[in-house]
Design a protein around this ligand. Sequence first.
Ligand code: ZN
Length: 224
Amino acid sequence: MSEPLTILGRGDSWKSCPFVGEIWACGTVLVTDGMKDKRYDKVFAMDIMHPAHTGLASSYEVAKERNIPFISIYDYATEKYPLEDIFNDFHTQYLMNTVSYMLALAIHQGRNPLSLYGVDQEDGMYSDGKPVVAFWLGVATGRGIKYDIANESMPGFAPCYIQSDVESIGEEWKVREEETIMVYGFGCREHGIFRIMQPVWEVHKANCPVCGIKAKQVYELSLP
Ligand SMILES: [Zn+2]
């Protein structure tokens, strides 16, 4: 285990991020309202620095002012992304969105555990990134890395329990009542992640058991 590392995207679930440990964030966080005043250890950008991409250029200027390493595969980087090391380690070029680059580097460096916030791959161009994010989370699983993901889009892979109330009628079994219960994870900004069991068809809500404040559902792809 190393110092906890958070990988932060700009999707809505970034708001449940407690900003503890080391924080790596995507491109334009330094010019995004609500996010720009937070603490970041590294900022990653994998887009070409184009004059039309004003957010990226401004974020880059802020990073330089604040002495935050700006990681990229392009020459504007203040810290170059070690693409060759990544290829040599994983033998794949399946890198697409900035989050995939961050995940690959974190796994390459053996960072464990990881937390992902704001990586909401649901809408528009972000849904294109969902398979590549899932791929790198699979690589993390393969290397025994534990991670939590707070987002609105990735499926939970928590164990599933089926409680059935069954009666036999002659030769056949009839299901009288069936309820599928699963473990659901929730995150409190102050007290971290907790898990409870709820029927799958319920709207999943929970309050933090420590402070009682409404917690946000998190989708976990690995359990501790
Ligand atoms: Zn709490």
